[in-house]
Design a protein around this ligand. Structure first.
Ligand code: IMP
Ligand code: MG
Length: 179
């Protein structure tokens, strides 16, 4: 695919890891009343596959935030673009996110959602890039820990492109050097 330097995680690796995460989460929330809270738009493909790998009933809701614009580095500011449809008071909430980089997005969301008195609030993230962390976030479930490279596919975008790739690929630096 043009613009992709190499495949980092192929379809099979993603499928197997997501299946394991689905099993772990189903076991841990067997007695709960779980709300999967997807962060738009990057988490939608992960969330769709994760939900189907689970063996317990789940509710879904979505929130949209923006911190990046079209660049590959965080602006350091998180903006709420779309709030949840329903209150989360008393609920077991699992935030489903595509990737943790600086940690700013998730720490903002944990603070904001934590103040709404859920019964519990935890994080499932597909990818963790620990090298650039500015805020501590400790996800309960992590798919893969990856190096500090800009990746796309399986929901992740660069300037709204590449989300529908079925694998995770490293974006060629030439793509953002052109900007
Ligand atoms: P953080 O706030 O810096 O942790 O960034 C989290 C958000 O930045 C994610 O939800 C992604 O939308 C975006 N992001 C961070 N790294 C990448 C990447 O390598 N590819 C695509 N999006 C990324
Ligand atoms: Mg995102």
């Amino acid at each position: 695919m043009e613009g992709i330097e190499r495949v980092l995680l192929d379809e099979r690796q993603l499928r197997e890891r997501v299946r394991e995460l689905g099993q772990d989460i189903s076991r841990d929330y067997a007695d709960g009343d779980l709300l999967l809270l997807g962060i738009l738009k990057g988490s939608v493909i992960f969330l769709a596959d994760l939900a189907r790998a689970m063996t317990i009933p789940v509710d879904m809701d979505f929130i949209a935030v923006s911190s990046y614009g079209t660049s590959t580095a965080t602006s350091g500011q998180v903006r709420l673009l779309k709030d949840l449809d329903a209150p989360i008071e008393g609920r077991d909430v699992l935030i489903v996110e595509d990737i943790i980089d600086s940690g700013l997005t998730l720490s903002y969301l944990m603070d904001m959602l934590g103040s709404r008195n859920p019964r519990s609030i935890k994080v499932a993230v597909l990818l963790d890039k620990p090298e650039r962390r500015q805020e501590d976030v400790f996800p309960e479930y992590t798919g893969f820990t990856i190096p500090d490279e800009f990746v796309v596919g399986y929901g992740l975008d660069y300037a709204e492109q590449y989300r529908a790739l079925p694998y995770i690929g490293v974006l060629s630096p030439a793509v953002y050097a052109e900007q």
